[in-house]
Design a binder for this molecule. Structure first.
Ligand SMILES: [Fe+2]
Length: 438
């Protein structure tokens, strides 16, 4: 539970956030880029307008190389809306920019129902490149006003403005619109979250992993009709790469990295459809092209949080189903959420410590996966940790913030350098992986 002091702080900020909630014009808003399944020549864009579905008839995206603004191209959008929770009146648009030159800078606007957005600039994704440098922002369990998602977003945006991230991803529990999943969802909190994140989401791809707080039944409506839909807001507001099962599980590539996402809210047990897909995706990953292989999932495989302890210690269902795959396919890092704290583990398999970092936090050629829970991105933190501390749990934290991760090649080594950054920009934890580039 939040203390009375933090509750007061939260209440005092609700007024500010309500302004954001109610300040919508009819124009395009909440722009959010995403990679597609077709590689660096494409970038998907989704946005919302507060136009009712009955009047939301058309939308489009227009883009041009930033260096050649007259060389425009455009694509029309598909239109969607949904119902869920306490209801929502608005429209969602999906469009895809195509024939992009990898790594090139583009400037674009979107238009819906005669209203055009401000211009935004992004870089097309680079070609797969084992030696490339890439900078990621890592989030989980964010929200807006419960409690400090807006502060984490503000710090991320501040850094992104000065030194842009190439890509961001969040390991579930996005807006906390679903206060009591799956029963009570306030759609306007989705809008507030989309507005909060637009400065980074409209200028670099923002990739979503589903969490339990995305669970809310409803219906979706598109050009084909109206259909019942679980996770109605989550599946309607964005289109993630269509190479798995919708927005529920998929993978994306960025230069030297492949990130596989998993849905912990559906069957992941050994031999299930999702498990089979994950194994096939790991097996098909060429590690000479993608030396970094990550898994993003919401409920953690390892966390030292005492809450729901049996679900995230060795022997838990996630551990039993997934650890053999993570070891077999040499997955470097699992990014997790759900337990509202920060966790960093040893290189660990089934509870056995397989490798430890040096005093500076550097893991050299770790023999098994490292688990990072970055569920510090805004949701209320009230963690009590397992005692005595398990040998596999190296660092725990309860400071609001996000992860800053840089992948690079340094001499004969591939390096992953990670910093857990607080809302005032200080580094709470710093660690690295160094492994041979051979
Ligand atoms: Fe969660």
């Amino acid at each position: 539970m939040a203390s009375s002091a933090t509750s007061f702080r939260s209440l005092s900020l609700i007024g500010v956030s309500l302004l954001r909630i109610t300040a919508a014009a009819q124009g395009p808003e909440q722009l959010s880029l995403a990679l597609t399944a077709n590689g660096p020549t494409e970038m998907a864009i989704a946005w919302a307008s507060m136009d009712a579905w009955s009047t939301a008839t058309s939308g489009s995206v227009t883009w041009a190389p930033t260096a050649s603004p007259g060389d425009t191209a455009s694509a029309s959008a598909t239109t969607h809306t949904y119902t869920g929770g306490l209801g929502w009146t608005g429209s969602i648009f999906w469009a895809t920019m195509t024939d992009l030159t990898p790594s090139a800078s583009y400037t674009y606007t979107v238009e819906s129902n005669g209203n055009r957005s401000a211009p935004f600039t992004f870089h097309a994704a680079p070609l797969p490149n084992a030696s490339a440098t890439a900078r990621f922002a890592v989030l989980a369990d964010m929200g807006t006003i419960e409690l400090l998602g807006f502060e984490v977003a503000a710090e991320l945006i501040k850094e992104h403005s000065a030194n842009p991230f190439d890509i961001s991803f969040i390991s579930g529990d996005l807006s906390y619109a679903t206060v009591d999943p799956p029963n009570f969802e306030i759609q306007q909190l989705w809008d507030a979250w989309g507005r909060q994140d637009e400065p980074f989401a409209a200028t670099a791809p923002f990739m979503m992993t589903v969490g339990n707080h995305e669970s809310s039944p409803g219906t979706i409506t598109n050009a084909s009709g109206t259909f019942p839909q679980e996770f109605a807001a989550f599946t309607t507001r964005w289109q993630m790469p269509q190479n798995g099962r919708g927005n529920y599980y998929f993978y994306f590539d960025y230069a030297p990295a492949r990130v596989v996402t998993l849905n912990t809210e559906e069957d992941y047990s050994t031999g299930s459809a999702q498990w089979n897909w994950i194994e096939a995706t790991f097996a098909a990953t060429d590690r000479s092209t993608y030396p970094w292989l990550f898994l993003s999932l919401h409920r953690p495989i390892y966390s030292a949080d005492a809450d729901e302890e049996n679900a995230h210690i060795p022997g838990g269902a996630l551990s039993v189903a997934l650890e053999p795959l993570l070891l077999k396919y040499k997955v470097d890092v699992v990014f997790e959420g759900h337990q509202h704290c920060y966790d960093r583990t040893a290189s660990v398999y089934n509870g056995t410590v397989m490798g430890l970092p040096d005093a500076s936090g550097t893991y050299t050629s770790p023999p098994a996966t490292i688990y990072i829970n970055q569920a510090t991105s805004g949701a209320v933190m009230d963690s009590k940790f397992i005692t005595p501390t398990p040998a596999w749990s190296l660092v725990r934290g309860t400071t609001y913030g996000f992860g800053r991760m840089t992948l690079a090649t340094e001499g004969a080594s591939r390096t992953l350098r990670y910093e857990y950054v607080s809302t005032n920009g200080t580094v709470v934890d710093r660690w690295a992986i160094v492994k041979s580039a051979a």
